[in-house]
Design a protein around this ligand. Structure first.
Ligand code: ADP
Length: 404
């Protein structure tokens, strides 16, 4: 039996997202999500060829038993023997990793040490790696880092205006995230425009629950809006994005917040949710504005769009030309309202939206949405899983990509 499939795992503290992918063309043979891990309600949803199966996960309801439940499904589909490698999404690679990396004990130690910089993500990613190693004992495992694509940023973009010793001694600098997504859409955009990636200049806006904007010069990331942690930059679903750091001291010193409460406020209670007071889900906020004329929903949408537009405009400082503006992520791929609102604020940069084309690009449909007199504006559905599968395969078996 041909061993040509990559299992891609994206492990959170209580969840595990998985896809079984053909690296050469991104075809997904099986995918799904295990949720509420480490609780008795743990369950796994598996999609195979459009058929969805939902089952409980056996005791002790952890990542390992979730992967074992996944293996049962793979065995029943006779897919398990075709897996040649596992690719893991790892959030923080610090300055250690700018490329996909074969996982060894030393690499696991480094990922663990980097937990200081990503306490919510790296320990969960490691749990997934350890669980996968226990179940797939003979299968090579590769880490693909969310920060890797941004390791090409120049010093002037990644050093904060704080004492340099904090960078030297503690690695406090801007790292950026969503790198795999920005990399993917840049490759796709270059193909769409019939340009080589090394000569392509883009600004990409990944707008989902988490949001980031990246400037890409000659195919490489030169600036991005997320920083040391995924809290910096534009406003997001529940995260504030940029705020005056003085707010933190005000909350603590004047209003009696604990640091844990401030962290919760900025990560979980802010953004679209905090401003609207309704939801972090963009669809619900759009509905509250369009149907009920809820003014706070409108304000949340206006702030969101203005901040993204401002970030896009600011990134022109990193570029000498722009071949296209790219929208991706759940909001970027689907919200015609938000795309139009953002683009309307970028007319000085010669970006103009074509309303009919904008309406046509939703639900996974890629395309250009620019008016005739505008620079190109592309909507490109992201596919981080395919990148992870493709890079894992390339590292281990030197298979060349279809995306270059
Ligand atoms: P994550 O960052 O968790 O991967 P996604 O990229 O899936 O998130 O994006 C989720 C966001 O996309 C949510 O705010 C959701 O409301 C929004 N979204 C999805 N479909 C639409 C749509 N048709 N119109 C507006 N927003 C949408």
């Amino acid at each position: 039996m041909k061993k040509n499939l990559i299992l891609v795992l994206n492990c959170g503290s209580s969840s595990l997202k998985f896809s079984l992918i053909k690296p050469e063309n991104g075809e997904t043979l099986l995918s799904g999500l295990a949720e509420r891990l480490l609780s008795e309600q743990a369950s796994i949803k598996i999609n195979v060829k459009g058929q969805k199966k939902h089952t409980a996960i056996p005791h002790p309801f952890d990542h390992r038993t979730a992967i074992m439940a996944l293996v049962d499904s793979l065995v029943s589909q006779q897919l398990n023997l075709q897996i040649c490698a596992i690719g893991h999404r790892v959030v923080h690679g610090g300055e250690h990793y700018c490329m996909p990396t074969l996982i060894t004990d030393e690499v696991k130690n480094t990922i663990s040490n980097l937990s200081q910089l990503a306490p919510l993500h790296n320990p969960a990613n490691l749990m997934g790696i350890n669980a996968a190693e226990m179940v797939f004992t003979d299968v090579p495992q590769v880490a693909v880092f969310d920060t890797a694509f941004h390791q090409t940023m120049p010093e002037k973009t990644y050093i904060y205006g704080i004492p340099y010793a904090l960078y030297q001694e503690h690695g406090i600098r801007r790292y950026g995230f969503h790198g795999t997504s920005h990399y993917f859409v840049a490759q796709q955009a270059a193909k769409t425009l019939d340009k080589t990636i090394n000569e392509s200049n883009f600004i990409s806006a990944h707008l989902g629950n988490g949001c980031s904007v990246t400037a890409i010069k000659n195919g490489k990331s030169v600036d991005t809006s997320l920083g040391l942690t995924p809290l910096e930059g534009v406003m997001m679903g529940t995260r504030s994005g940029d705020v005056d750091a003085g707010i933190i001291f005000h909350l603590i010193n004047q209003l009696g917040y604990t640091t844990a409460q401030v962290s919760h406020l900025l990560h979980k209670e802010s953004g679209l949710l905090g401003v609207s007071g309704l939801s972090n889900d963009c669809r619900e906020i759009e509905e509250a504005w369009l149907k009920d004329k809820n003014p706070r929903a409108k304000l949340a949408l206006d702030i969101f769009c203005y901040r993204v537009a401002k970030s896009i405009a600011s990134f022109t400082a990193s570029l000498t030309s722009i071949d296209a503006l790219i929208f991706t992520g759940g909001i970027g791929e689907n919200s015609t309202l938000i795309r139009a609102n953002i683009i309307d604020q970028l007319s000085l940069l010669n970006f103009f939206v074509a309303s009919d084309k904008n309406q046509a690009c939703c639900f996974g449909k890629a395309g250009n949405i620019n008016a005739e007199n505008s620079r190109p504006i592309l909507v490109i559905p992201t596919n981080e899983e395919w990148v992870i599968a493709e890079q894992t395969s390339q590292l281990l078996f030197n298979n060349s990509s279809t995306k270059e």
